[in-house]
Design a protein around this ligand. Structure first.
Ligand code: AKG
Ligand code: FE2
Length: 314
């Protein structure tokens, strides 16, 4: 399917999600009408791809991001160069080969991520995305009803060492000292009502530790069950990167997975994340920060007091 709009062409690449947008040079100076078209395509297709955006540097990448919202820093990984742009770099052992939604260990996790390919290996290193709205929609009714009533605890303090048996000691140290320097625990509804489209989405992924109120064994069984519906091949799209590609995903309606199959070849991407709001479940209840009790950075909706949402911190 291809739809021509005033300036852009949007071409679906997967049945459930994914579209290539052509006819646009991304940057901070796009007209509001073009930004509105990109945003509409992004909400409809969940992940959109742009080829040939080699002109973008860190600054222009961020400037384009500002057209979609406010860029946010990672809650625990400090920026080396004072930018919001975050490196996804094979040199740092940075492999994202777990199904996840970005930064769900804080309440108001990012709405969008914008990933730009800088160095791409000669083979492998594709990224997969899954549609968490169709994953929910295609569940049998009794499972949808069950999911609607569950909440789950997400944390950045996941079992990194066990997931990476080959990790070097310095990579494990980096994980502990940086990524998990502040241990966040956030309870989210398992079904999030999308704030812009109203769709119900499954809010899971690798930061989930357990389902609230269940034993570890019951949690694992149910998480495996729901997650298997997210990961079904029909529910995913796969992107083979070229240098200069940009992918933008709706982080509230997708999970993604960076395939770690390019051996020791260098792979470098940069990611800019755009702020999101605190999720709300089908019962109207918001997500809640369980730990830490006070955090300095209000950018993730984790500072209590001034928010109009239900207090996030408990
Ligand atoms: O390396 C990849 O393909 C995915 C990286 C990732 O998870 C992200 O940019 O959020
Ligand atoms: Fe990610």
């Amino acid at each position: 399917m291809s739809t021509a709009t005033s300036t852009l062409t949007v071409q679906k690449v997967g049945g459930r999600l994914g579209a290539v947008i052509s006819g646009v040079r991304l940057g901070g100076d796009l007209p509001a009408e073009t930004v509105a078209e990109i945003r509409a395509a992004l909400l409809a297709h969940k992940v959109v791809f742009f080829r040939g955006q080699d002109h973008l540097d860190e600054e222009a990448h961020e400037a384009f991001g500002r057209l979609l919202g406010t860029p946010v820093a990672h809650p625990t990984v400090p920026s080396a160069d004072g930018r919001y742009s975050f490196p996804i770099d094979s040199d740092y052992g940075g492999r994202a080969n777990q199904w996840h939604t970005d930064v769900t260990f804080v309440p108001a996790y990012p709405a969008f991520s914008i990933l730009r390919a800088v160095v791409i290996p000669p083979y492998g290193g594709n990224t997969l995305w899954a549609n968490t709205a169709t994953a929910y929609e295609n569940l049998p009714e009794p499972l949808r009803a069950l999911a609607d009533n569950l909440r789950a605890v997400h944390s950045n303090d996941y079992d990194y060492a066990a997931l990476r048996p080959g990790a070097l000691p310095e990579q494990l140290a980096r994980f502990r000292e940086i990524f998990a320097s502040t241990k966040f625990l956030t309870e989210h509804p398992v079904v999030r009502v999308h704030p812009e489209t109203g769709e119900r989405t499954l809010l899971l992924g690798n930061f989930v530790q357990r389902i609230s109120g269940l034993t570890g064994a019951d949690s694992r069984a149910l998480l495996g069950l729901f997650q298997s519906h997210v990961e079904r091949p029909e529910n995913t799209v796969r992107w083979q990167w070229q240098v200069g590609d940009v992918a933008i995903w709706d982080n509230r309606a997708t999970q993604h997975y960076g395939v770690d199959d390019s051996d020791d070849h260098v792979r470098k991407l940069r990611r800019v994340t755009i702020d999101g709001d605190v999720p709300i479940g089908v019962d109207g209840r918001s997500s809640a920060l369980l730990a830490p009790e006070s955090v300095p950075d209000p950018a993730f909706g984790i500072a209590s007091g001034s928010s109009t949402e239900e207090p996030a911190a408990v």
